[in-house]
Design a protein around this ligand. Structure first.
Ligand SMILES: Cc1cc2nc3c(=O)[nH]c(=O)nc-3n(C[C@H](O)[C@H](O)[C@H](O)COP(=O)(O)OP(=O)(O)OC[C@H]3O[C@@H](n4cnc5c(N)ncnc54)[C@H](O)[C@@H]3O)c2cc1C
Length: 525
């Protein structure tokens, strides 16, 4: 059972780092926790469903509430305040592609619209039930989670699209394989959701983004079934996998997904290093990726984020800070975490090379303890969001990617925009989370004070978000590196795609879904 109005498993909690409340109090002032709505009241207020129960439709109020919203900041405000907006009128839990097809036909006959639902971890409003006259059927695909086939010769695995991260890895590891796709939402997000949003895992530098891993599959659309065969390569015209990747439930429902897997690596190590300044750190990250060092991850924090991480690292963090001070790596130091995955020899030589590049830039190595600490907590940060809310602070992230020549300017512009968006202080920290030969992603977290009135909190968030999106566009970044478009980024998409691009996307949705049944309003109007 997932927590209904926040992140994660209610039986598994992660303690707030002891220094964090003090840091926020000092930087932002005291937080005022808003009053949370009670689940019983939310269930009691659910409007009568506009679809009949039975024949695959659940109209149970809890099922409808649990599928109403995702994990974006506006979703969190809605859930905590109990002002959920439109609820799905029914939820379906199909177990097969045939059942999905039957549901699409039944929804169409009932004049309903359909929201495909994976793990419900969208942070852009991707699974919200659309308002309007049409009843809403949410199709939760998580019963389709079997490993259907593993072709060890070709290193291809076919799963039901609703399989969540931990099951993907457990099933592959039982056969000595791995996918290596670890978004921070790993616990809960699904393979189909990863494809539908063009997801990126923390070790995408080594394992690839989902578009590199997605080999084929099956999509049930109102206009028919699309089978994508897992050819290793093909020149047979445009690659339709690319149309499905990032389609955000607008083209059809993925029922099976074939992915490219690997043998489990001998070693999977994360280590750290500190660089003396942001400029030197960015140069090191760029050098490492451009010279082809076989790394699975490069994660580089700005001086502000580095300082906050060391502070939150407790005694070990303080000891590290003191050691760095002694070595004259002072206030502008930046933490570089790098992953190496593969055979023992590869790991040794890659680490040697990183050490060489770091030292040449005036930095120092910090070894694997800091990396192991990151590995232990790699999926924990979202739990902290719950705690911060309960202390009166809101936290959200914005993310983008840009070419190397734009990255430093973009980071500066983005942080300045967030700092200046409200009349009061905002805590801001940035890291480069995924690096490429031509550029990098930029991932910025911001924390601000909540208001007692949810509408005012939303207004604050909207100002921060608008300022960030403007800075990203002006700084040469893409609208999203990994979170997708959904509702929250939809109106900014035409500026990136242009009129012809938007017309092509609209034509594609019409070809797959002529009556506009699927996830209306997400990705594009
Ligand atoms: C705390 C947190 C951390 C995150 N970290 C990362 C990260 O590191 N990297 C990253 O890439 N993203 C991250 N995300 C965003 C989110 O997890 C991804 O977008 C993820 O891919 C969504 O998967 P899901 O299964 O939860 O899909 P959902 O949220 O259920 O759906 C997302 C979209 O995909 C569509 N969809 C879902 N399943 C299907 C299907 N079977 N067929 C067709 N359409 C479908 C939905 O209609 C919707 O438009 C994070 C989110 C949270 C809350």
């Amino acid at each position: 059972m997932e927590r209904w109005n926040g992140w994660g498993d209610p039986d598994h909690d992660v303690a707030l780092p002891a220094a964090l409340p003090g840091l926020l109090l000092h930087e932002l002032g005291p937080g005022t926790p808003p009053q949370d709505a009670l689940l019983a009241d939310v269930l009691g207020a659910a409007p009568p469903p506009r679809l009949p129960a039975g024949d695959g439709f659940s109209t149970d109020a809890l099922d409808r509430v649990l599928h109403a919203r995702g994990q974006s900041f506006p979703d969190l405000v809605a859930l905590r305040s109990g002002q959920l907006g439109t609820l799905p009128d029914a939820v379906a839990h199909p177990s097969s592609a045939a059942e999905v097809r039957a549901l699409l036909e039944r929804a169409s006959a009932a004049g309903a619209v359909v929201v495909p639902y994976g793990g419900g971890t969208s942070v852009v409003g991707g699974i919200s039930a659309p308002p309007g006259d049409a009843p809403v059927l949410t199709v939760d695909v998580r019963r389709m989670q079997q490993l259907h086939a593993l072709d060890e010769h070709s290193r291809l695995a076919t799963f039901g699209a609703g399989v969540a991260g931990p099951q993907v890895e457990a099933r592959l590891r039982a056969h000595g394989h791995t996918l290596g796709h670890y978004p921070q939402s790993f616990e809960r997000s699904t393979l189909g959701g990863w494809v539908a949003t063009r997801s990126s895992g923390q070790q995408s530098l080594g394992f690839g983004r989902i578009e590199d891993l997605f080999a084929g599959g099956r999509l049930e659309a109102p206009a028919g079934t699309l089978e994508l065969q897992p050819f290793p390569a093909s020149a047979a015209g445009p690659d339709l996998r690319q149309a499905v990747l990032g389609s955000e439930g607008r083209l059809g429902i993925l029922t099976d997904v074939t992915v490219r897997v690997r043998r489990l690596p001998e070693a999977d190590v994360v280590a750290g290093a500190f660089l003396p300044s942001w400029d030197s750190a960015v140069t090191v990250a760029r050098t490492l990726v451009q010279d082809g060092t076989p790394l699975s991850m490069v994660r580089l924090s700005t001086p502000a984020e580095t300082a906050a991480s060391l502070l939150m690292g407790g005694r070990a963090g303080r000891a590290m800070a003191a050691a760095l001070d002694l070595r004259r790596l002072g206030g502008q130091r930046c933490l570089l975490l790098f992953g190496v995955t593969g055979g023992a020899g590869t790991v040794r030589s890659a680490r040697r090379h990183v050490t060489h590049v770091v030292r040449a830039a005036g930095g120092v190595g910090a070894g694997t303890p800091i990396g192991r600490s990151w590995q232990r907590g790699r999926f924990s940060a979202p739990y902290l969001r719950n705690h911060l809310w309960e202390r009166g602070y809101g936290v959200d992230t914005v993310e983008t990617a840009a070419v190397w020549s734009s990255v430093p300017g973009l980071v500066e512009r983005l942080e300045a925009a967030l700092h200046g968006a409200l009349e009061e202080r905002v805590h801001v920290g940035t890291h480069l989370s995924h690096v490429y030969r031509s550029g990098s992603s930029v991932y910025t977290t911001f924390v601000f004070r909540l208001c007692p009135d949810p509408a005012e909190t939303l207004q604050r968030w909207a100002r921060l978000k608008a300022a960030a999106l403007r800075a990203i566009a002006e700084g040469g970044g893409t609208l999203s590196h990994q979170h997708g478009v959904g509702l929250d980024h939809r109106d900014a998409l035409p500026a990136e795609k242009g009129p012809l691009g938007m017309a092509a996307l609209a034509a594609l949705t019409t070809a797959f879904d002529p009556a506009g049944l699927l996830n209306p309003g997400k990705l594009l109007r």
